[in-house]
Design a protein around this ligand. Structure first.
Ligand code: NDP
Length: 451
């Protein structure tokens, strides 16, 4: 970055900070993207004149609303709901709903901003949005969750629609919540239409949607390796998490001839030096989705595995690392341990699992590092394909969807290489993803004039 770029960046960020006081996550996300974009647009006067970056960093609108519901003890509870519609230059707003006590406007604005670039990278016509509530579904009865979802949708329905804004699930919003939300939308509007994705297969959901994020992250990793003439075959993988993304990433590592050594949950990690099999993974899926058990039970079932209470798996030697649990779960020290132990490639299944300092360790060591924005875009890509199927009133088979997902991940990888290739041959996938995601949105905005 040149000196004048740096001055412009700091001036730009001063304005962002002034307009979004106290919204630390949002300000941080804008800074991370702006660094790469300022360098890219240095000689592109049209983007400066039209103030494109400033406009993308100002959500089209933020809707916040009251959500009242009655708990099982007949107490009236009041929560806050939001929908952040960041940018719809290339398609209807699209992004998940998160129900978690930590949810606030800054977090949703940051996620909606990031989603704008991620969705653009998929090549599908989807803008960026995000929403949710500070409601915590954990420990609530099904009836309480249903009443909350119905109340939430009673306000949200007026802001969404299949050509306007199409939410999906995220933390705390799974198949159960999507079902309740969709049912209430249908009841209020008297319309069956693809207003949400992640639906059940019985009512308009898509094949391959549940596998898409984990499989897609491994496809992205395979593409990074292929770019250097290598493959997943015969390599050891360390994976965190044991939910949807982690178990499907593990499955695809096996399919591609790799060995999966670890999985984890918030209680600790399990290490299986013999490697996992499909049978063992099926057992984990059942444990987590049906029995709602803990990952440490794996060691009672399969001999040779050990449980490491309260620890994360990054100290286990491997060539491949896939953080698939949660944000900020891989710090600088852990990144250094991975590099020391010979890691070659990192692909993020989770959103922002590596701290900024950890990312710098990977980049300085020239490790292939696929940020979540690119590597976990397979989930929203298949959501985009769910929208297409709903619009056509048809369901595609899993073969077709699997091939489409694989093709989209290869194209995302290619776009990252186009804009992230460095003079020494190292690919800066963070920079590549930021610029490729920005360019398409920015060019559409230029075409619209000042609106
Ligand atoms: P799940 O709820 O299915 O699984 C989350 C996993 O992470 C669980 O094993 C959970 O363990 C573990 N976990 C949660 N918090 C912590 C913690 N503090 N420390 C260690 N482990 C933890 O979620 P998903 O698999 O769907 O999502 C995982 C990540 O992927 C999230 O960051 C999500 O935003 C991201 N993502 C998901 C997409 C999707 O399509 N599902 C799409 C794109 C990104 P425990 O059971 O103990 O809570």
């Amino acid at each position: 970055m040149s000196a004048s770029d740096h001055v412009n960046l700091e001036k730009f960020m001063e304005g962002v900070e002034k307009r979004n006081q106290g919204q630390t996550e949002f300000i941080q996300a804008v800074r991370e993207v702006a660094q790469d974009i300022f360098e890219f647009i240095e000689d592109k006067v049209e983007y400066h004149e039209a103030q494109i970056l400033r406009r993308i960093a100002e959500p089209d609108r933020v809707v916040s609303f009251r959500v009242c519901w009655e708990d099982d003890n007949h107490n009236i509870r009041v929560q806050r709901g939001w929908r952040v519609q960041n940018n719809n230059a290339i398609g209807p707003y699209k992004g998940g709903l998160r129900f978690h006590p930590s949810v606030n406007e800054s977090i949703l604005k940051f996620l909606a901003f990031e989603q704008t670039f991620k969705n653009s990278l998929t090549g599908l016509p989807m803008g960026g949005g995000k929403g949710g509530s500070n409601f915590n579904p954990r420990g609530k009865s099904d009836s309480e969750v249903m009443r909350f979802c119905q109340s939430f949708m009673t306000e949200l329905y007026r802001h969404v629609g299949p050509d306007t804004d199409v939410p999906a699930g995220d933390i705390g919003v799974g198949a159960r919540e999507i079902g309740y939300l969709f049912g209430q939308y249908k009841r209020i509007t008297n319309r069956w239409e693809g207003v949400l994705t992640g639906k059940g297969l019985e009512y308009g959901g898509s094949q391959v949607r549940s596998e898409a994020t984990g499989y897609g992250a491994v496809y992205f990793m395979a593409n990074m390796l292929k770019h250097k003439g290598d493959s997943i075959e015969g390599k050891n993988a360390v994976i965190s998490g044991s939910g949807n993304v982690a178990t499907h990433a593990a499955e695809m590592i096996l399919n591609q001839g790799g060995k999966v050594l670890t999985l984890s949950d918030s209680g600790g990690f399990i290490h299986d030096p013999d490697g996992m099999t499909q049978e063992k993974l099926n057992w984990v899926k059942h444990l987590k989705t049906v029995k709602r058990g803990r990952i440490q039970e794996y060691c009672d079932e399969f001999s040779g595995a050990t449980f490491h209470k309260g620890e994360r798996p990054w100290g286990v030697a491997c060539e491949l690392a896939l953080p698939c649990a949660t944000q900020n779960e891989l710090n600088e020290e852990e990144a250094r341990a991975l590099v020391k132990n010979g890691v070659m490639a990192v692909a993020e299944g989770a959103n922002m699992p590596t701290t900024l300092e950890g990312v710098h360790v990977f980049q300085e060591a020239k490790i292939m590092y696929g940020p979540g924005k690119a590597a976990n875009a397979g989930g929203v890509a298949v959501s985009g394909l769910e929208m297409s199927q709903n619009a056509e009133r048809i369901s595609w088979d899993s073969d077709r969807l699997g091939k489409l997902l694989e093709g989209i991940m290869a194209e995302i990888h290619e776009s990252c290489v186009t804009y992230g290739d460095q003079s020494d041959g190292y690919v800066d996938y963070v920079k590549g993803a930021n610029i490729a995601g920005f360019k398409k949105v920015a060019d559409a905005m230029l075409a619209y004039g000042v609106v």
